[in-house]
Design a protein around this ligand. Structure first.
Ligand SMILES: Cc1cc2nc3c(=O)[nH]c(=O)nc-3n(C[C@H](O)[C@H](O)[C@H](O)COP(=O)(O)OP(=O)(O)OC[C@H]3O[C@@H](n4cnc5c(N)ncnc54)[C@H](O)[C@@H]3O)c2cc1C
Length: 397
């Protein structure tokens, strides 16, 4: 089989399937050198891209043998989450104790996840790595067999091709998978910031009509307190915010966060990512499967993107392993359809929920503001509803 894309999803799939009796090629357009992992904990050294990994994602990374390296490097375990509405008094608090869990999740720098997974796949005797090798073409012959052309001219004819090549997925386009997509007219500003006060192992999220702002806790250094921010803003506002000098940006972010962690004392370089929701109508064709961002991209407001992607990986790997043990080829269409059936519902549900949240909090009309605040306060006082929400967000049910 061929896995296209060695991001978090593609590398995790190769690692999970290693040892299952398949011959696996992992093809990546970028160089496959493991990312550098700086020891320093300061504004310049944290990766500006982080993921809030759920306990379910941690379990998969443990299973493939990548978690220990991530934990040995660094991460921030969070036990509490505070979500509030900018336009009123609505607030909802989530705490690990309410669901009897040891934590709600872990904030991990993306490059630490990739480095740990690459170390695992490099050790897999049944995995051949093709770094700096983009897939240039993928087509079927008259017998329905897949032909993959790699940069440099090499041809592969796998029984199964998995597209883990990200939101823009060239492979999805080459094989003409239809998608439904819409632009939010928003971009996410991402940076590491230093704060006056400790984050208390809490993920903070404030909803504003202009978009949500998340402050995700990072491992501290002595008396210095850091968070990674994801600030979703309309196009017009993003340009304005990106053009501010650092001091003005910190002041603006302090206001936007209602100084929940005191003053913002410093910022790293800022990056802006366009936000687009996209869902492939089908995830599979005979001999082909889409996983993670290639199948679905979701608003980052609840930090669910790669968690859904890793859940795809776990289900696809389980189906391929069980199918090949029964004697079916890894590209067997019935096997792939079982993967699609198990994953599409959860992915669609989460995408719809994120979309609904975003739209509800954008509304300025008084009845909707009242509904939001009453709803947040109401849910906060209803332990069974809260527990259900938390378990779902943690990938536990
Ligand atoms: C601002 C922001 C914040 C986010 N925060 C969170 C969060 O807190 N929690 C969370 O779960 N998710 C989060 N996400 C989403 C998460 O980052 C993505 O879901 C995740 O990175 C997708 O991983 P992937 O492996 O599917 O794709 P990618 O990471 O995009 O990897 C795809 C790989 O395929 C390679 N590739 C592409 N084309 C080819 C080709 N033709 N040939 C060979 N290789 C190719 C690329 O080089 C790349 O390495 C966030 C997203 C954004 C934008």
């Amino acid at each position: 089989m061929v896995i296209v894309g060695a991001g978090i999803a593609g590398s995790a799939l190769a690692a999970r399937l290693s040892g299952a009796g398949l011959s696996i090629a992992l093809v990546e357009a970028q160089p496959l050198a493991p990312p550098r992992l700086p020891a320093a904990r300061d504004l310049a050294s944290f990766d500006p891209r982080v993921s809030a990994l759920t306990p379910r994602s941690r379990a998969l990374l443990e299973e493939v043998g990548a978690w220990q390296a991530i934990a040995d490097y660094r991460l921030c375990t969070y036990s509490h989450m505070t979500v509030w509405d900018a336009d009123g008094t609505g607030v909802i608090e989530f705490d690990r104790q309410e669901v009897g869990a040891d934590c709600l999740g872990h904030i991990v720098e993306n490059r630490a996840i990739v480095a740990a997974l690459l170390a695992v796949v490099e050790a897999g005797a049944d995995i051949t790595l093709f770094g700096e090798t983009a897939v240039q073409a993928c087509a079927r012959d008259n017998n329905g067999r897949l032909h993959l052309t790699l940069a440099g001219g090499r041809e592969l004819q796998p029984a199964l091709v998995v597209a883990a090549d990200g939101a823009q997925s060239p492979l999805r386009d080459m094989l003409q998978f239809p998608t439904r997509e819409w632009d939010y007219g928003h971009r996410a500003v991402v940076a590491t910031v230093q704060l006056e006060r400790a984050h208390q192992d809490t993920a903070w999220q404030r909803f504003m009509p202009s978009g949500p702002l998340a402050l995700l806790p990072l491992p501290g250094a002595d008396d210095e307190h850091y968070c990674s921010i994801v600030w979703s803003l309309s196009e017009a506002l993003v340009d304005e915010i990106m053009a501010l000098d650092d001091a003005a940006f910190c002041a603006r972010l302090g206001l936007a966060s209602e100084h929940c962690l005191g003053e913002v004392v410093g910022t790293s370089q800022r990056f802006a990512f366009p936000l687009r929701q996209r869902h492939a109508v089908d995830y599979v064709q005979p001999g082909v499967a889409l996983v993670a961002d290639a199948a679905h991209t979701i608003h980052p407001l609840a930090g669910q993107g790669i968690n859904l992607g890793l859940a795809d990986v776990a289900v696809l790997a389980a189906e391929v392993t069980a199918g090949t043990a029964r004697g079916a080829g890894p590209g067997d269409f019935a096997l792939l359809r079982r993967y699609q059936r198990q994953r599409k519902g959860e992915n669609l549900l989460m995408m719809a929920a994120m979309d609904g949240f975003k739209r509800l909090f954008e509304q300025d009309a008084l009845p909707l503001r009242w509904l939001r605040n009453t709803g947040l306060k109401g849910v906060n006082r209803l332990p069974p509803v809260k527990q259900q929400l938390m378990r779902h967000a943690m990938g536990l049910g």
